[in-house]
Design a binder for this molecule. Structure first.
Ligand code: MRU
Length: 367
């Protein structure tokens, strides 16, 4: 069995468990997500996090919700109504990662199509189809991440010092990883990368999760505070930077964890390659540029406190934006499962196959 890294989702029969990423690295604990409410809570509170993983979690949530309601609804149309409601609840959890909306709209549109096209389809049958599609989506992510990582590894030279931000590993990307997937593929190809990881204030996904994942793979890793990165670049300690993405506009502007933009600016100044790695489902075909990306604002307490310890004055007002947008001009290439996209991204993104962007590839699953 191929080791794809630690998966964020564990399926046991028809039970869904998330590895509780809030507890890492101290404890490996699982969180039961067997209904809509618990999944919405888990996404909002970042039990499960990372754009691709959130999308797959939402797909399982819809499938599980259909299973939970199949016996209770009066008709297949009533089940569709319920799924519409569930989809809306899921879409309220986190606004920036497009993969959530990609997964919910693809799964829902296919369910509507099934109801229209399969005569006599029962609620139980539809719920089984949805479950198979969620499983197919999980498998597809692992495959896409592995393929994009192989492409990305070709951009990595031997003994490269790589800087990454936040966590774009197997836990965030639902198997293998995206930015961290590229690093893993380079490592397993014998290229001996060494990695600098930004701690990634305020939730410390870098320090808590990325360091943990790299250590498990035996990849040399050094934790740094976010603000030292430009200085390290000036000292020629960084050969390349690679980050994941939460939403990419048609022109290549990329939303990613807050702090990414300053890395890209600094890399541009120091003439260091700055790569974004993401499956093509992270590209939002409905937006032309980054100005249209909704940026999540999270609870001030993530900034003002460490756990329950107050880090500022009791009256301090904080602005806790969870993401920023890096203009395409500062991105050297976007690494996808369909290949490495070079600027100008308007042109290279437009050439990507549509099917990977609209859920068509799930059409055959389960029917
Ligand atoms: O807020 P998070 O932890 O869900 O943020 C997502 C991220 O981990 C990063 O922005 C990542 O680079 C994109 S997801 C692989």
């Amino acid at each position: 069995v191929l080791d794809v890294g630690t998966l964020p989702i564990r399926i046991e029969g028809k039970e869904v468990w998330f590895l509780d990423q809030r507890a890492l690295p101290a404890r490996v604990e699982y969180f039961k997500a067997n209904d809509l409410e618990s999944t919405c809570f888990a996404i909002k509170e970042m039990v499960i996090r990372g754009a691709p993983s959130i999308g797959v979690a939402a797909a399982f949530a819809l499938a599980k919700d259909a299973i939970n309601h199949a016996d209770k609804v009066a008709s297949i149309y009533a089940l569709l109504d319920r799924l519409k409601f569930s989809r809306q609840q899921l879409e309220k959890t986190r606004p920036t990662a497009v993969n959530l909306f990609w997964a919910t709209s693809a799964i829902f549109a296919l369910a509507e199509r099934d109801v229209a096209e399969i005569p006599g389809l029962s609620p139980t049958q539809l719920s089984r189809i949805l479950w198979q599609r969620a499983e197919a989506l999980l498998e597809e992510h692992i495959e896409h991440n592995r393929v994009l990582s192989e492409y990305g590894a070709k951009l990595v030279s031997e003994n490269a010092a790589i800087l990454t931000h936040c966590n774009a590993g197997s836990l965030a990307a639902c198997g293998w990883g995206t930015a961290l997937g590229v690093i893993r593929s380079a490592h397993f190809a014998g290229l001996k990368p060494q990695v600098y990881v930004d701690e990634t204030r305020p939730r410390n996904q870098g320090g808590k999760i990325t360091v943990w994942e790299l250590e498990r793979d035996g990849i040399p890793v050094t934790l740094i505070c976010d603000s030292v990165a430009p200085y390290l670049m000036s000292q020629k300690k960084i050969d390349l930077i690679i980050v994941g993405a939460d939403r990419i506009a048609l022109n290549g502007d990329t939303a990613n964890k807050v702090g990414t933009y300053m890395l890209a600016l600094s890399a541009f100044h120091h003439q260091i390659p700055f790569y974004v790695a993401a499956p093509s489902s992270t590209i939002d075909r409905s937006i032309a540029g980054g100005a249209e990306i909704a940026i999540e604002e999270r609870n001030q307490k993530e900034l003002t406190h460490c756990g329950d310890v107050l880090l500022t004055t009791p009256a301090a007002q904080a602005l806790n934006l969870a993401f920023d947008v890096t203009p395409a001009a500062f991105i050297s290439a976007i690494i996808t499962e369909q290949g490495v996209l070079a600027p100008p991204f308007e042109k290279t993104i437009a050439k990507l196959s549509q099917s990977a962007l609209n859920g068509n590839n799930l059409r055959t699953a389960g029917v």
